[in-house]
Design a protein around this ligand. Structure first.
Ligand code: KIV
Length: 282
């Protein structure tokens, strides 16, 4: 049995110069696989709205969706630290709502920590959740829940002023007490400068190689889709082709009568079969 990754282990990784490996999972089989692969952190991301539910974005994802998927992941994922994503409007309405909903992800879902999107504007909310005893991971740069206000799913921090605002966000999150920060879709030099400037691990997704760790949406990384592949995704497999090949093989076998064969069929004792035939005839 694998040992459980703790918040302290995540913080220590930065001090020790060890890169953190994080990926998403949304169900039991992928929880098991991430566990077996030995990643440090598993995120049950609200990206499930897009890669599991087929929505255009993450805005429609609810607390009920998140709790349902976190519970499934937790059944398979025993070693990695599991972070549950706070869906849109579960923390934006008031600090009280934010604490109650963060608590629900831990109490009902069973995850170890929560993540929420936002910097300076959400520092006091994050501080309050942490004071309530719930570890929080920040998420700045491109924040998918508010992507339309940022001009779409685009790189952030292009000019000095915009990059400085992302710095201010990171510092506000560190001060609020987050145990790590997700930094999404920013120029690589900004990722490097930012991870040098804060004491907590900066985990990049499209933030270049010089941050303290990397996170990818697993369904992107294994090549489950062939349509929209973001620039920052490396596909380590073409699992879509493998699955299609299996499904087509199955379909053809059924149509041609090649499946099921004798090895996939249950036998009946000869005597019982004879008796049954007599019974049917009457
Ligand atoms: O929801 C998610 O999967 C995320 C990652 C993109 C970091 O927030």
């Amino acid at each position: 049995m694998s040992t459980k990754v703790t918040i302290m282990d995540v913080k220590k990784a930065k001090e020790e110069g060890r890169k953190l490996v994080m990926c998403t999972a949304y169900d039991y089989p992928f929880g098991l696989l991430a566990d077996e692969a030995g990643v440090d952190i598993v995120l049950v991301g609200d990206s499930l709205g897009m890669v599991v539910m087929g929505l255009d974005g993450t805005v429609e994802v609810t607390m009920e969706h998140m709790i349902h998927h976190i519970k499934a992941v937790m059944r398979g994922c025993k070693g990695p630290l599991v972070v549950g994503d706070m869906p849109f409007m579960s923390y934006n309405t008031s600090i009280r709502d934010a604490i109650i909903n963060a608590g629900r992800l831990l109490k009902e879902g069973g995850c170890d920590a929560v993540k929420l999107e936002g910097g300076v504007d959400f520092a006091s909310t994050i501080e309050a959740i942490i004071k309530a005893g719930i570890p929080v991971q920040g998420h700045i740069g491109l924040t998918p829940q508010t992507a339309s206000a940022l001009g779409g799913f685009k790189m952030q921090g292009r000019d000095a002023q915009a990059a400085k605002r992302i710095f201010d966000d990171a510092r506000a999150l560190e001060e609020a007490g987050v145990f790590s920060i997700i930094l999404e879709a920013v120029p690589a030099p900004l990722g490097e400068l930012l991870s040098e400037s804060v004491g907590v691990p900066v985990i990049g997704i499209g933030a270049g190689p010089h941050v303290d760790g990397q996170v990818l949406v697993t369904h992107d990384m294994i090549g489950l889709f062939d349509k929209f592949v973001p620039k920052f995704v490396k596909q380590y497999a073409k699992i879509r082709e493998t699955i299609l090949e299996a499904m087509n093989g199955y379909k053809n076998d059924v149509l041609e009568g090649a499946f099921p064969g004798p090895e996939h069929s249950f036998k009946m004792p000869e005597k019982a079969l004879e008796e049954l035939k007599k019974l049917i005839k009457g």
